[in-house]
Ligand binder design. Structure first.
Ligand code: RP5
Length: 185
């Protein structure tokens, strides 16, 4: 026999469509400014996501729990950002077989971002982290959406339109320069 949940319980239960597909995590609140670019783009694409802090060094047990439960909670891709000794993406990747995209962050304490890049780039064989450019959170969101679009026609269409908008922007500038008679002679 089916039962109807009381209104309040029903409202508290996330609809299947609201289940986050992408987890955006970072080591510190100081990373939020950089990582919010990923959240903003996912929002524009209509990709459900969650965003939170998970510090490899300050909350190591939370890291393990987050990574080990990620797949069964419905996440399909994890975007992990960190600066300095950025062990978060690599350690998360070691606790899950979900794809992990690493965003090296040029934090205040970082050696111009080089330490962050090296901390996540040279992963051992079998445990990859797809590392994007320094502070490349937007590209991490695009890459995550491309992964999801492998089995989602709506997202494939959204990505096509996004690419077209990038091209249109370049073409508009080309036209403006042409009209302005710009020359670098
Ligand atoms: C890393 O250390 C964080 O990812 C952050 O980029 C950097 C600095 O963190 P805070 O000292 O600002 O908390 O773990």
């Amino acid at each position: 026999m089916s039962t109807t949940l009381p209104a309040s319980s029903a409202a508290d239960t996330p609809a299947p469509n609201d289940t986050p597909l992408v987890g955006i995590i970072m080591g510190s609140q100081s990373d939020l400014k950089t990582m919010s670019a990923a959240a903003e783009l996912l929002r524009q694409f209509g990709v459900t996501y969650e965003i939170t802090l998970v510090s490899a060094h300050r909350t190591p047990h939370r890291l393990v729990e987050y990574a080990e439960t990620a797949r069964k909670r419905g996440l399909r891709v994890i975007i992990a950002g960190g600066g300095g000794a950025a062990h978060l993406p690599g350690m998360v990747a070691s606790f899950t077989t979900l794809p992990v995209i690493g965003v090296p962050i040029n934090s205040v304490t970082s050696i111009h971002g080089l330490d962050s890049i090296l901390s996540m780039l040279q992963m051992p064989a079998g445990v990859p982290v797809a590392t994007v450019a320094l502070d490349g959170a937007a590209n991490a969101a695009v890459l995550a959406t491309q992964m999801l679009a492998l089995t989602n026609a709506r997202l494939a269409d959204v990505l096509e339109k996004y690419r077209t908008s990038l091209k249109d922007k370049v073409m508009r500038t080309i036209e403006e320069l042409r009209k302005g008679g710009f020359s670098d002679d």
